[in-house]
Structures are given as structure tokens and as C-alpha cells.
Design a protein around this ligand. Structure first.
Ligand code: SF4
Length: 552
């Protein structure tokens, strides 16, 4: 245990809560749990050499357990769920009993920006090494499944040849930097955050000074007035604003996060110019590394430190200890004029061309489809695509005369540019198909729910989000959805345990951001789900007053 500080003048109860939180800044370097121990034993980034020289040559069974269930995450690798194990066994089996000998591999796509060449490589890897899988996640990444450790070095080589990587895609690291998928091109943009994002990548990602954090560190930057990066639920976010004296820059938010004890991020009330964003990022991530709580994983995210410090102290520590200067006070961003923030549809760019956003079903695409999207984009004069935090995609830089043909080509792939609110607003996490923590199926359930709602409610035209999680975690952001569905086992009418969902209603992102209310006692079986959602939406249609949104 770390030494107990002299606290004789302080009320005992208050001090004991913070004693031994494992904060490095308080001199507590002794690991207080297994995760802290394996991180101290060896930097997660070092596992790459073992994968390249040992594990890929000797196979799955040669992998050190601390690498298998720990450090391999630093390179985007998680073991996937063994097929055929139902959700009732998730909590009672040992981790190794759930482990398949295949991996999920996450490719980080900072800013969601891809060239068509990169997209084609992602598609080819999917077809050759991942049985065609390639899901678009709600953090702009691509996730493969069925990856064998033997193939990982070859996959890295191909990704890195086109400037992509899996570095720190998972683990207690600075994860992918979410960015506006239309940064630098949107006609309504306040400021382009791309140079700051690239500087953060260069300075922080893969840097061992920041590769042992208390927990994951999620980041976002956007200069779009649509607030299109879910900034409210990131550990750090920079949101475009115009300062009345200094002009365009960024409003700084910290301490957002879902899962255990969800929190909306808080503004520190500062305006950060573009060329200082990376410094401020480095200061905040350093605070997290040094002061973050490392004793309990459930209290290790930045939001817990912020809750104890408050924004005033957080800003003061950032200024005094890390930046060594005062930050400029600044305004809050304006409320977005649109509810949809996904860029789906055809929109003007700032150079006279257009970008075309389209909606795969619940983020599920495949390698063949990604390759066809790259072909289509190139055939219509575009060399760039992007991914969004709503599991959608966008083709950029299309001239006006090419738009209709591109839209038709995408529609032929079932990638609609004019989706129903249900297709557009439904997201689903990985679920029981591959995730070891899952209790229920999500992707296929979400896809069939879309079909049912389109058939039953063809005239429903309200922006709506339906987010489906396979377990009590928050990968699909159920807490901030209009209808959030948390996967769990429920009792059916015969009293038997079946797959189902706890319902949360009325969550939202945006400047009215807030968490949905758990509807007490309301659990639906997966079978009943379309009937339940239809009832809720019909009641809303019948009872809504002029201008009333579903979330209100
Ligand atoms: Fe897995 Fe649960 Fe996350 Fe879904 S929400 S991907 S089931 S951990």
C-alpha cells in the first residue's frame, strides 16, 4: 500500500475515500490491481514485437495470458466470443471458457477520414483474413472479426503501407481521435480541426509517455456547427466556436463518458486557438495519467477525477502545472440547427462540390461492399470517403453532375442516401455474435427492427435514435438515445428466461444532452421489441403537440 498522508487536521471520512486511489501524482506507484500490475510489468506497446516474432509463428496457444487478455489490446486485438455460448453463460463462465482462438481487430481511423485506396485495402484485408467482416463502429473505426494471430503481421504491413494502423485502438490508451467527417470541406464549417488532430496523432499516439493511462481516453474534435462528434461523451473534446474578439477556435470539454456512472462532459469555459489544441490535449491527458484513479477500474475514467475536483480546480491545475499559462475565457457553442448530425444526404461543400452521406444498416458492411464503395467513389471523381459516429459513411468531393449516378450506385448496394428515420437512427453494438460480454444478439435484431418499423410506420418522419446494446455496457450509447435498449435476460410470458432489453427513454445528445430515463419495470423480450417500439411511436404520433420532438 502507498504511504498514508498526514491527515490529522482533516476530517477522517473525507480523506479515507481518496487515500490510496493509486494516483501517480500522489506518489502511489504500487499497482493496486491486476491491470495496473501487467501495465507496470511491460508497456502494452511492446507486445507488438512478441506478436511478430513469437505468437504469429507459434500460434494462439503460445500467447502469454497477460498479453492475450491485456496488452494485445494496445494493438487493437481482443479475443472474440466462442460461437454457440448463450447469453446466460456470459457472467458465469471463466474468461478463458468464452475465448475463441480468433480475434476482433480494430483499425483506428482518426477523424474518420479515408482515401479510396485505404478503403480498398481495408476491404481486401476483410475478404482475405476476416471472413468478409468489417463493421463501421460508432467511433469511426472499422472492426474485423475472425482474425488469426498468424495473419496479424501481414495485416499490419498492408495497413501501414497506406498510412493506417491499429496502434492504441483499444487498451488504456489515447484511443482514436474522433473528428468531423466533413472537416475542411463543409460549407457551414466554423473551423477545420484537422491540423490539430494530426499534431495530436504525431505527438501522442504510440508515445510511451502516454501509453499507460488509468483507463481508456476518448477524444473528439470538430469545427462543425452540427456538433457531429458526440463530444458530450468523450474524455476530452474540442468544439468549434467563434470568439467575439479572437475569431474561430475551440471550446474545451472534459470528463464525458458513458458506462459506469455516465456523465456528460463539462466545459472549462476556455477558448483554445487551433495551434494550441495539441498543447491543451497534452496537458489534459497528462493530468489523467498523473492524477487519474488507478485503484478501481470502475472509478478510473477522467470523469471521476473531474467530479471530485470540479471544473475550476481542473482548469487551474491544467493552467498552473501543465501549460504554465492562463487560458482565454470563451463562449459556449450554439445549439445545432438540425437534429440529425450524421451528414446523411447530399450536401454542398465549400468548393462547389458535394458530399454524399449514406446509411448502411447498423454499421454492418463487409469487405466486398467496402471495395465496391471505393470503386463507386472513384468512378464518380472522388478519392475520399469518411465514417461517422452514427455508423454511417460519406463520399466526399463529388461534382454536381455525378451526384445522381453516385446516389443510384449506392442505393443498388442497399446503402441508401435517403433512409427512413429508422434506418438512419438505429445503431447497434457488436453483441453476442462476437463479444464476450454480450448477453443478447444486437446487429441482426436491429436490422430486422428497421424492416418492421419501415413496414408498420411508413409515414413516421421524426428524427429518432434507437440504440441497441448487447449488455449493460455503453458501446452503442443507449443512455443518450431516444429509445435505448440494454440487453439482458428477461422472463417471457411462460416465465422462462429469454433474450430481451431494459428500456430507457428520452436520452439525447446536443445542447439539451441528457440521459434517458430507465422505464421502471419495462423490459421487453427480443421477440416483442417491434410491437413495443411501434406502440411507443404511435402514441407519440397521436399525442405530440406542434413542433414537439420525440426526446421531449
Ligand atoms: Fe459487447 Fe456490451 Fe459493448 Fe455490446 S455494449 S459491444 S455486448 S461490451
Amino acid at each position: 500500500m502507498a504511504a498514508t498522508p498526514d491527515n490529522s487536521a482533516t476530517p477522517r471520512r473525507k480523506v479515507s475515500r481518496h487515500r490510496g486511489e493509486g494516483q501517480w501524482a500522489a506518489g502511489h506507484f504500487t499497482p493496486l490491481n491486476g491491470n495496473e500490475q501487467f501495465k507496470k510489468d511491460d508497456d502494452g506497446l511492446n507486445v507488438r514485437t512478441r506478436i511478430e516474432t513469437i505468437y504469429s509463428k507459434r500460434g494462439f496457444d503460445s500467447i502469454d495470458p497477460n498479453d492475450l487478455r491485456g496488452r494485445m489490446r494496445w494493438w487493437g486485438l481482443y479475443t472474440q466470443r466462442k460461437p454457440g455460448i448463450d447469453g446466460g453463460k456470459t457472467a458465469i463462465l471463466e474468461p478463458e471458457e468464452l475465448d475463441d482462438k480468433y480475434f476482433m481487430l480494430r483499425v483506428r481511423i482518426d477523424g474518420g477520414r479515408l482515401t479510396t485506396r485505404q478503403l480498398r485495402v481495408i476491404g481486401e484485408i476483410s475478404q482475405e483474413f476476416a471472413r468478409g467482416t468489417a463493421d463501421i463502429t460508432d467511433r469511426q473505426n472499422v472492426q474485423y472479426h475472425w482474425i488469426r494471430v498468424e495473419d496479424v503481421p501481414e495485416i499490419w504491413e498492408r495497413l501501414e503501407a497506406v498510412g493506417l494502423s491499429t496502434t492504441e485502438a483499444c487498451g488504456d490508451t489515447p484511443r482514436v481521435i474522433i473528428g468531423s467527417p466533413v472537416a475542411g470541406i463543409a460549407a457551414d464549417e466554423i473551423i477545420d480541426g484537422t491540423p490539430a488532430m494530426e499534431e495530436i496523432q504525431r505527438r501522442i499516439i504510440g508515445n510511451k509517455a502516454f501509453s499507460n493511462l488509468p483507463r481508456k481516453f476518448k477524444s473528439a474534435i470538430s469545427g462543425s456547427p452540427l456538433l457531429d462528434v458526440a463530444h458530450e461523451i468523450n474524455d476530452i473534446a474540442f468544439v468549434g466556436v467563434r470568439h467575439p474578439e479572437h475569431g474561430p477556435g475551440f471550446d474545451l470539454w472534459v470528463g464525458g463518458g458513458l458506462s459506469t456512472n455516465p456523465k456528460i462532459g463539462q466545459r472549462l469555459g476556455t477558448w483554445v486557438p487551433l495551434d494550441e489544441v495539441a498543447d491543451v490535449y497534452e496537458g489534459v491527458i497528462s493530468i489523467f495519467r498523473d492524477y487519474g484513479y488507478r485503484r478501481l477500474r470502475t472509478r478510473a475514467r477522467l470523469k471521476f477525477l473531474l467530479a471530485d475536483w470540479g471544473t475550476e480546480k481542473f482548469r487551474q491545475v491544467l493552467e498552473d502545472e501543465y501549460l504554465k499559462r492562463k487560458l482565454i475565457d470563451g463562449p459556449a457553442p450554439d445549439q445545432p440547427v438540425e437534429r440529425w448530425r450524421d451528414h446523411v444526404g447530399v450536401h454542398p461543400q465549400n468548393d462547389g462540390r458535394y458530399y454524399v452521406g449514406f446509411a448502411p444498416r447498423v454499421g454492418r458492411v463487409d469487405g466486398t461492399t467496402l471495395t465496391k464503395i471505393a470503386d463507386l467513389a472513384e468512378a464518380h471523381g472522388s478519392g475520399r470517403v469518411s465514417t461517422t459516429v452514427e455508423q454511417k459513411m460519406i463520399v466526399l468531393d463529388v461534382t454536381e453532375d455525378q451526384v445522381d449516378s453516385l446516389v443510384a450506385g449506392l442505393e443498388a448496394l442497399d446503402l441508401t442516401v435517403n433512409p427512413s428515420p429508422f434506418r438512419r437512427g438505429t445503431m447497434a453494438c457488436t453483441g453476442i455474435e462476437y463479444c464476450k460480454l454480450a448477453i443478447v444478439e444486437t446487429k441482426a435484431r436491429g436490422s430486422s427492427l428497421i424492416d418492421e418499423l419501415e413496414r408498420r410506420l411508413p409515414d413516421f418522419d421524426e428524427p429518432l435514435t434507437i440504440n441497441i446494446n448487447g449488455c449493460p455496457n455503453a458501446c452503442a450509447r443507449i443512455q443518450v438515445a431516444d429509445i435505448g435498449l440494454k440487453g439482458q435476460l428477461v422472463l417471457d410470458e411462460r416465465g422462462e428466461q429469454v433474450e430481451g432489453f431494459q428500456v430507457h427513454l428520452g436520452g439525447a445528445l446536443g445542447l439539451e444532452a441528457g440521459f434517458g430515463r430507465k422505464v421502471r419495470g419495462l423490459k421487453v423480450t427480443s421477440e416483442e421489441l417491434p410491437d413495443y417500439v411501434e406502440r411507443v411511436l404511435r402514441r407519440f404520433q397521436e399525442e405530440r403537440e406542434d413542433g414537439e420532438r420525440f426526446a421531449t
